[in-house]
Design a protein around this ligand. Structure first.
Ligand SMILES: Nc1nc2c(c(=O)[nH]1)N[C@H]1C(S)=C(S)[C@@H](COP(=O)(O)O)O[C@H]1N2
Ligand SMILES: [Mo]
Length: 298
């Protein structure tokens, strides 16, 4: 595909570590990391978190509001068979089984920083494919301007859905250019293994320059539309969560600063590190927001 991301890193590049870090700075984080000066703290921030950290500290409100709940309760979720209904402004709408989708996609590993809005971060080696490739497969029509996503609604297996904390199903959305950006992936695994249920099995979105809640898990429906789609957190608390939700250290959440972050796994004494504009992907994505007041479109 013409828009394919040029990051050709694999975990094999991690040995020896300093070689990996250099390659990572040049090829992975790109010019942004170089321009910032690759301080040891920043280089360290690109080392992947452990499997255990990634799979035991989660937000997945369908299984409860505690960060330990998804690991405890998501095991009960049936993830096969699984299909995604794709409809709206597309040439080939339909219900696509995950097997049929995967057969046509190139799965690759992408190591991205991942940030939750409550100012914690991890570095996760995702496996997945570009959302753009899936959208190519169904044929996006000229009139489409946004992509809407929906999570599974199955209260029998998702105990959190028995309370109305969120209006279920969980929904999210992207502007079409964001959805087509090569950094935006549909992830199907972590560390080369199938996606753990608590992380959004069998398939979830990953948008590395946005706060964590945009990266909707366990997707069953994708709709191409010409109106800005509703998003769960915006519905719940519009003054705190906007449609765009780009990582932005200069725009604070009304109840906390977003200027710094805590790396999960760094230990209690590890210093908070400065949060980077667009989570460090400024060179890649800033042009999509040129001319927009990001304090208004937060
Ligand atoms: N369906 C669904 N997707 C979701 C959530 C959720 O509660 N339900 N939580 C979001 C939030 S707030 C974050 S921070 C990330 C967490 O992803 P992780 O558990 O893989 O780190 O998932 C996002 N996707
Ligand atoms: Mo989050």
């Amino acid at each position: 595909m013409a828009h394919r991301w040029t990051n050709d890193l694999t975990r094999a590049d991690a040995t020896p570590e300093h070689v990996w870090l250099n390659r990572r700075q040049i090829l992975g984080a790109g010019v942004a990391a170089l321009a910032l000066g690759a301080t040891p703290a920043r280089a360290d921030a690109l080392e992947p978190n452990s499997w255990d950290e990634i799979t035991s500290y989660n937000n997945f409100y369908e299984f409860g509001t505690d960060k330990g709940d998804p690991k405890k309760y998501a095991g009960a979720l049936t993830t096969a068979p699984w299909s995604i209904e794709i409809d709206g402004m597309v040439d080939r709408p339909g219900t696509y089984s995950i097997e049929d989708i995967l057969a046509q996609m190139t799965i690759e590993e992408r190591i991205y920083r991942f940030r939750c809005v409550e100012a914690w971060s991890m570095v996760i080696p995702w496996n997945g494919f570009e959302l753009a490739d899936l959208l190519d497969m169904v044929g996006v029509q000229e009139s489409a301007k946004y992509v809407a996503f929906e999570t599974l609604y199955r209260p029998e297996e998702m105990p959190g859905q028995r309370t109305r904390f969120i209006e279920w199903p969980y929904v999210e959305g992207l502007r079409l250019d964001e959805a087509l950006h090569p950094l935006t992936i549909m992830a199907t695994g972590i560390y080369g293994k199938p996606m753990p249920n608590q992380n959004g099995a069998p398939i979830r979105l990953v948008v590395p320059w946005k706060y964590g809640f945009k990266s909707i898990k366990s997707i069953v429906k994708i709709t191409l539309t010409d109106v800005e789609p509703p998003t769960s957190w915006n519905r719940l608390q519009p003054s705190e969560y906007g449609f765009y939700s780009n990582v932005n250290p200069k725009v604070n959440h009304p109840r906390w600063s977003q200027a710094t972050e805590r790396r999960i796994g760094g230990g209690l004494l590890s210093p908070r590190i400065p949060t980077l504009m667009f989570n460090g992907y400024e060179d890649e994505v800033a042009s999509m927001y040129a001319g927009m007041d990001l304090t208004k479109f937060y």
